[in-house]
Design a protein around this ligand. Structure first.
Ligand code: HEC
Length: 459
């Protein structure tokens, strides 16, 4: 009987699909959660909107999506969600998250029509992967020492030590910090110390963390017992793993290595910053490592234009109060390179940023355009295939800043003169100072690189 009903239902469905429910420009006449909405939400929203995810509420079931339906229609129509600041009509990247016009119209129609469930839509549930990662299944997981947090409404800063041991020196193709309490972890800045064979007997001695006040950054080597046994400093890979809410780690396919880890290493969080907490909880953050087992790994390198980097900003980044200004920076590469990833970085006054390259033959290669800069979404944008830039290519980045009160993100009210703090070598971590960086990750070019797919299986 049941089978029969299902069959009749199917038949009716087919008939409907054939006449009244015909898609109009890719938008179904009667969208349902089961058939149309769940696939869009689960792919583009749930990875952040999940229990203890980066977003403030979960969107992993019909009930949850329906509960927010009107707002969802609004924020998708405005393209406020999912956050994807790069202009998809300028260039494309791996794992890009933006909805097509048809998807946005489908959501709107579904909401306008009262949020139909569709067959078994009520029971559909986003399935969280068995591991917490934006990349995939890690090869090694290093938990941080758990930190007890209180509802004390105060910022807290920690130095943390995360010792690791491997059977042999190993190439890393991705490293990722996963916040245990994403609403509370404000940022993590991690460096890696690599110990040469025999340089240190025990690199895992407690304490594994200690609370510091902001700015107390230089004495960590002694406090956390990080020096080699002969008191010399081990090699330090600076800023190897960083986290800000919204930042997603970059992963390259097997065979491309970002750095080589020694058997004995320690990740030093300097620092781990918690924002003011409103509840009692224990943060259990951790670090995921992804290795490449295809030797020899192709090695990546970094190039930073702008503040603290290899190229000057013109005109210099000093922005007078109540003005808007445009600046650019350019650098000529002296070797053939394969560009993998770009990471534009501005602070609160940034309005837009663009990056492109001009090859020696005069061709322009569009790299990235972010027409509306949003400080919160600072992604590493990885191209679908490496971009070959021959020796002699100019890489150019242009940015616009708004130091008026019309900029709602202006941290200074009234506006102040801001810019690079040259007395500190340009960079400043204070969000009230401005920065302009265009950071590139590349490999030295080898024939055929253009054909490598930088999509990883896991995404
Ligand atoms: C990269 C992580 C991320 C993704 C992907 C994401 N969101 Fe969000 N979302 C957030 C964060 C963080 C906030 C809270 C901050 C804010 O409102 O900007 C948020 C806020 C929201 C809000 C509340 C906005 C408001 O004005 O109150 C809605 C609704 C929403 N998201 C819906 C969606 C939908 C629908 C999708 C997928 C189409 C999506 N989000 C994808 C991180 C994400």
């Amino acid at each position: 009987m049941r089978v029969c009903l299902v069959f009749v239902g199917l038949l009716a469905g087919l008939l409907l699909a054939n006449c009244s429910n015909k898609p109009k420009e890719g938008v179904p006449d009667k969208p349902t959660f089961a058939e149309h909405i769940a696939p869009i939400i689960f792919k583009n929203c749930s990875p952040c909107h999940r229990d203890s995810g980066a977003a403030p509420f979960p969107l992993t079931s019909y009930g949850q999506v329906r509960g927010k339906a009107k707002t969802i229609a609004k924020v998708t129509e405005k393209r406020y969600m999912p956050p994807w600041p790069a202009d998809p009509s300028y260039s494309h990247f791996v794992g890009e998250k933006y909805l097509s016009d048809a998807e946005i119209a489908t959501i709107k129609r579904w909401v306008d029509q009262g949020c139909a469930t569709g067959k078994d839509g009520i029971y559909l549930q986003w399935k969280a992967p068995a591991w917490r990662s934006n990349i995939g299944k890690p090869d090694m997981v290093l938990p941080l020492e758990p930190v007890a947090l209180l509802p004390n409404l105060q910022d807290r800063f920690f130095l943390v030590k995360i010792p690791g041991l491997l059977p042999r020196d190993t190439w890393v193709r991705a490293i990722e910090f996963v916040a245990g309490e994403p609403n509370l972890v404000h940022h993590f800045n991690g460096h890696i110390l690599m110990y040469e064979p025999g340089a240190k007997k025990n690199h895992a001695k407690p304490p594994l963390n200690m609370e510091i006040t902001s700015g107390e950054y230089d004495s960590d080597f002694i406090k956390l017992d990080l020096l080699n046994d002969n008191d010399s400093k081990p090699y330090r890979l600076h800023s190897a793993v960083n986290y800000l809410p919204g930042v997603q780690a970059t992963a390259y396919p097997n065979g491309i290595g970002i750095f080589r880890l020694t058997k004995m290493f320690t990740i030093v969080g300097n620092d781990l910053h918690y924002g003011p907490g409103n509840r009692k909880t224990t943060d259990k953050s951790y670090i995921n490592l992804f290795f490449t087992d295809k030797p020899p790994a192709r090695e990546t390198r970094e190039l930073m234009l702008g503040t603290n980097g290899v190229s000057r900003i013109s005109p210099p980044l000093q922005i007078e109060p109540n003005t808007r200004s445009r600046h650019s920076t350019r650098f000529q590469v002296d070797a053939d390179i394969s560009l993998l990833t770009v990471n534009p970085h501005l602070h609160m006054l940034g309005k837009s940023i663009k990056g492109y390259a001009i090859k020696p033959n005069g061709d322009t290669v569009k790299l990235i355009s972010i027409p509306k800069w949003d400080f919160r979404w600072q992604y590493f944008y990885t191209f679908k295939n490496p971009v070959h830039l021959p020796a002699g290519t100019w890489i150019i980045s242009e940015a616009e800043f708004d130091n008026t009160l019309a900029n709602p993100n202006n941290p200074n009210r009234p506006p102040k003169r801001v810019g690079e703090r040259l007395e500190y070598g340009g960079a400043s971590m204070r969000a009230g100072d401005e920065m302009f960086q265009f950071i590139l990750t590349y490999m030295l070019y080898q024939k055929g690189d253009e054909k490598i797919s930088l999509e990883t299986d896991e995404r």
